[in-house]
Design a protein around this ligand. Structure first.
Ligand code: ADP
Ligand code: MG
Length: 241
C-alpha cells in the first residue's frame, strides 16, 4: 500500500530531516512509528500523504507514485485518510457537516448518500446523537472520534495517524484507541505515530523506530519490545516504558 524508496528531505540546506528512509507497508498491515520528539515521524507520514514534498527518493501509494509532478494530489489525499493530534475539525460546521463536506465536494456524493454514510460512521465511533453539535461542544475524545469518522467517510484505502491521543486527557485516550483497534481488526491499512505502547503491542504488525531522521529499526512488535537491536531504541524504550 505504501512504498518509500530512499526518501530524503531537507527543510533547509543545512537541515536534513529525513535520511534515506525506506519502508514498505502491505495491505491490511498496521505499522506503529515511534521515536524521540523531533526525529521526523510527523514529516515522514506527511510525505506519505504528499502534505510535505520529499527532496529526493520516491513514494508510491497503492502502486501510484505520489512524488512526481504528475501526481493527482487531491485524489491521493481523498484515498489516504489522515488524523492529527489536534483534531483539525472545521469548527464553524456541525459534526454532520464535517462528515459530509468532503463526500459531497470531493467525491461528488449526493446529499442523501453523504448524510446516510455520516450517520452510520458516527454510530460506529459512538457519537450518534451529537450530529447537530459543533466541535467545540464535544470533549477531546469525542472530537477525535469525529475526525476518524470524517476520514473514514471518504472510503480511504489506508489511514495515517499522527499522535492521535497525545492531546487528550488520560480518561479519553482509550475511547479513541478502541476505535483504532477495531479499525485495525477490520483490516484497515494503518500507519500510526504514537507512544501508546499498549496499543502497539496489541495491534501493530511492525514497529518502525526513528531517530534523527533515520529509520533505525523495523521489526515485528514482539521482537522490537523484547529485543530492540540498537542502543538508540533501548534508550528510547527505557524512557517510555
Ligand atoms: P517528530 O514528529 O518526530 O517530533 P517532526 O517531523 O515534527 O518530528 O520534526 C522533525 C524536525 O524537523 C524537528 O527538528 C522539527 O523542528 C523540524 N521541522 C518540522 N517541520 C518543519 C518545517 N516545516 N520547517 C522546518 N523545520 C521543520
Ligand atoms: Mg510529530
Amino acid at each position: 500500500m505504501f512504498e518509500l524508496q530512499s526518501v530524503n528531505k531537507w527543510y533547509s540546506p543545512s537541515f536534513q530531516v529525513l535520511k534515506n528512509c525506506c519502508l514498505t507497508v502491505g495491505k491490511g498491515e498496521v505499522v506503529v512509528v515511534c521515536g524521540p520528539s523531533g526525529s521526523g515521524k510527523s514529516t515522514l507520514i506527511k510525505c506519505m500523504n504528499a502534505l510535505e514534498a520529499v527532496t529526493d527518493g520516491r513514494i508510491l501509494v497503492a502502486g501510484a507514485e505520489v512524488t512526481t509532478p504528475k501526481a493527482d494530489l487531491p485524489a491521493l489525499r481523498a484515498r489516504v485518510g489522515m488524523v492529527f493530534q489536534s483534531f483539525e475539525l472545521f469548527s464553524h460546521m456541525t459534526i454532520l457537516e464535517n462528515l459530509c463536506i468532503g463526500q459531497e465536494k470531493v467525491l461528488g456524493r449526493s446529499r442523501e448518500a453523504a448524510i446516510a454514510k455520516a450517520n452510520l460512521l458516527l454510530e460506529r465511533v459512538g457519537i450518534a446523537g451529537q450530529a447537530g453539535k459543533y466541535p467545540g461542544q464535544l470533549s477531546g475524545g469525542q472530537q477525535q472520534r469525529v475526525a476518524i469518522a470524517r476520514a473514514l467517510a471518504m472510503d480511504p484505502v489506508a489511514m495515517l495517524f499522527d499522535e492521535p491521543t497525545s492531546a487528550l486527557d488520560p480518561e479519553m485516550i482509550n475511547e479513541v484507541l478502541d476505535v483504532m483497534v477495531s479499525l485495525a481488526q477490520e483490516g484497515m491499512t494503518m500507519v500510526v505515530v504514537t507512544h501508546e505502547m499498549g496499543f502497539a503491542r496489541k495491534v501493530a504488525d511492525r514497529i518502525v523506530f526513528m531517530d534523527a531522521g533515520e529509520i533505525v529499526e523495523v521489526a515485528p512488535s514482539e521482537t522490537f519490545f523484547a529485543a530492540p537491536q540498537t542502543d538508540r531504541a533501548r534508550a528510547f524504550l527505557s524512557k517510555i516504558l
